[in-house]
Design a protein around this ligand. Structure first.
Ligand SMILES: Cc1cc2nc3c(=O)[nH]c(=O)nc-3n(C[C@H](O)[C@H](O)[C@H](O)COP(=O)(O)OP(=O)(O)OC[C@H]3O[C@@H](n4cnc5c(N)ncnc54)[C@H](O)[C@@H]3O)c2cc1C
Length: 447
């Protein structure tokens, strides 16, 4: 402890249970673990020194950013040193020539969006946890969110990375080269590695144009199939399509219960698709045209002003908080080929009822990627059984047990449903090569 205090300053080594508490339980309140101490380094050099000190003492390390992860990956296993990256908060200056900016791993997505927008750009990834989720955490989980349809996941936004390996050595490629064909894509490997291979301390992020002109529509359907069927037409007729978010009547009812929002339509409908277009010029008329000619719609609302757009987005973005306000759900983030999404949705409720008859599934997702967030309330002590049934259903549809949140600690027992033995052994070899003593994030990703 003394050695860690010498590196980061005594005030940044927390051992008081009250001070450690907020780091030891995750956002969902489902995962909790006791840390030996919380260490808050402020630079790459301090992170490297902390890892060297921990390696010398054989201390395991849990890595944490904004602690908004939903699979328990940033919560201590028990008795380990928790390294919090939030003090790595340096904001660089946007380089308009390359449309890139360098930021510390502890910078929040909202702060990055702020400097990007001030410079006339934007960030390709966006999600509801933007005020707390950090760039390091977004990279470590290869976060997705609401703009994947247009810009891809976080891995696609990273053009430079500095990371500290478990032995304290530093890997840094910060030139921001858009083309670099010299061997293995190590930055791509660290993205999505969930803190099991290295600690990200700094990133150079590719920015996207800032489109101020927006139009948002909420579309109502009588089935998931109808909502999925409308997507190809929207994609081809709306080059400015930036988001397509799916939710259902039970989720909307929960959102309205907790937010007090008015009903969006006079009648309740089975499925809802929230679509957003963003462009240099007002995309409203194109969106109206696309909505008018779309098949299978039963109702629609379009908002062309900022307040109306915020109101429509609130129906989708307050799902996670509204679900958590009801209790601790079983949280599963899965994806299937888009053509299988209707089948997944149809089979979910009976599958869940088969193992937990009084459970309440609330689902929503990012339709373009076949990504469904399955939240199951009132599962009692049947969390494992519900997870097992849902993840096996997903695997039977050629899906992934983790679409964008990662495996963390939550889904470790089911990794083999999505990855073959050869793939898992290859991943283990990579882990063993970079972290031979298993110091970083023990219990995350691998059993
Ligand atoms: C309301 C809400 C909405 C959300 N919506 C989405 C969504 O739409 N899409 C989506 O993908 N996710 C979503 N999430 C999940 C979460 O925001 C993301 O997983 C995010 O990337 C986590 O960032 P963080 O800084 O909070 O990381 P943490 O929760 O602190 O950590 C997450 C993982 O990354 C590792 N890690 C953190 N920082 C580093 C680092 N610097 N170096 C190495 N490893 C690190 C941790 O060890 C852990 O395994 C949502 C969460 C909430 C609460």
């Amino acid at each position: 402890m003394k050695q860690l205090a010498d590196i980061v300053g005594a005030e940044h080594v927390l051992t008081d249970p009250d001070l450690k508490a907020s780091y030891e339980t995750d956002w969902t309140q489902r995962f909790t673990g006791s840390a030996l101490c919380v260490v808050r380094p402020a630079s790459t050099e301090e992170v490297a020194a902390v890892l060297r000190a921990c390696a010398a003492e054989g201390l395991k390390v849990t890595v944490q950013g904004g602690n908004t992860g939903l699979v328990g990956g940033g919560v201590p296993a028990g008795g380990d040193v928790l390294v919090s990256l939030t003090r790595l908060s340096t904001l660089g200056t946007v380089d308009p020539a390359s449309a890139q900016v360098t930021v510390g791993a502890g910078v929040t997505l909202a702060a990055l969006q702020g400097i990007a927008r001030d410079a006339g750009f934007d960030v390709g990834v966006d999600l509801a946890a933007r005020d707390s989720a950090t760039i390091g955490g977004l990279i470590a989980t290869n976060a997705g969110g609401i703009r994947v349809l247009r810009y891809g996941s976080m891995r696609q936004q990273v053009v430079g990375l500095t990371a500290v390996l478990p032995d304290g050595s530093v890997f840094s490629r910060m030139a921001g080269l858009e083309k670099d064909g010299t061997g293995y894509d190590l930055m791509g490997l660290i993205a999505g590695s969930e803190g099991t291979l290295a600690i990200v301390t700094e990133a150079r992020v590719r920015l996207v144009p800032r489109f101020r002109a927006r139009a948002v529509a909420l579309l109502a359907f009588s089935s998931t199939q109808a909502a999925v069927d409308v997507l190809p037409g929207l994609r081809s007729s709306l080059p400015s399509l930036a988001a397509a978010e799916l939710f259902y009547a039970p989720g909307l009812a929960l959102v309205r219960k907790h937010s007090g929002l008015a009903a969006p339509f006079p009648e309740e409908h089975e499925a809802y698709l929230l679509v957003e277009c963003a462009d240099l010029t007002d995309p409203t008329s194109l969106l109206v045209q696309a909505v008018e000619t779309a098949d299978g719609l039963v109702d629609a609302r379009i908002a062309d002003d900022a307040a109306g757009q915020r109101a429509l987005w609130a129906y989708r973005e307050t799902h996670t908080e509204s679900i958590s306000a009801e209790g601790v759900p079983v949280k599963l983030d899965v994806s299937v080929p888009v053509r299988s999404l209707p089948s997944l949705v149809e089979r979910l409720a009976p599958t869940i009822a088969g193992v937990a008859p009084s459970a309440r599934p609330i689902v929503f997702g990012h339709v373009n990627e076949g990504n469904l967030h399955v939240n199951v309330l009132d599962a009692g002590d049947l969390h494992e059984e519900v997870s097992d049934a849902v993840l096996r259903l997903v695997a039977s549809l050629d899906g992934s047990i983790s679409s964008e949140h990662g495996v963390g600690r939550a889904k470790v027992p089911w990794l083999s449903l999505s990855r073959s033995t050869v793939e898992i052994e290859t991943m283990r070899s990579i882990k063993a090569a970079l972290d031979p003593h298993g110091l970083l994030n023990p219990g995350v990703l691998f059993p």
